[in-house]
Design a protein around this ligand. Structure first.
Ligand SMILES: C[S@@+](CC[C@H](N)C(=O)[O-])C[C@H]1O[C@@H](n2cnc3c(N)ncnc32)[C@H](O)[C@@H]1O
Length: 125
């Protein structure tokens, strides 16, 4: 995987793929890590009884409106599964996931969900 400058976005370290963009983030960026994150998401979802706490506030913010679409920004989207789940729950909102590395989608993605490779920090991606 390479960015427009031709530099690899991921590198192999001791048999695992690690992103090569931001030296502050050191966890792997491979399928094994995404499986771990899926399990973690599942546990959090059970604990929260849904995708997020403060249920009333989130639902009020994303209630369908005539004048504009709601938006959800998922910084560090990982596998993108939380973003997809939010897009399914809020079909009237646009969900954007950003991550240092591209999301590897397994199934169909809701049309109101997209992802881009980007960083939340100031350094160039
Ligand atoms: C612990 S994972 C969490 C993934 C997902 N949010 C979840 O809960 O399953 C953190 C993610 O943030 C991404 N990440 C780390 N630093 C970032 C930055 N500065 N900008 C964008 N994404 C970043 C990593 O590549 C990784 O996919």
């Amino acid at each position: 995987m390479a960015d427009p400058s031709g530099e690899a976005r991921v590198k192999e370290v001791e048999g695992r793929l690690v992103q090569n963009v931001n030296e502050l983030y050191m966890l792997p960026a491979d399928a094994t890590e995404h499986d771990r994150l899926e399990l973690q998401s599942f546990a959090l979802n059970l604990a929260l009884e849904g995708n997020y706490p403060a249920r009333e506030a989130v639902r009020a913010a994303l209630v369908p409106r005539r004048d504009r679409r709601g938006g959800v920004l998922d910084i560090g989207t990982g596998s993108g599964s939380w973003a997809e789940s939010m897009a399914r729950e809020f079909p009237h909102a646009d969900v954007l996931g950003i991550d240092l590395v591209a999301v590897a989608r397994a199934g169909s993605t809701p049309t109101n969900c997209r992802s881009v490779v980007a960083t939340s920090c100031h350094e160039s991606v």
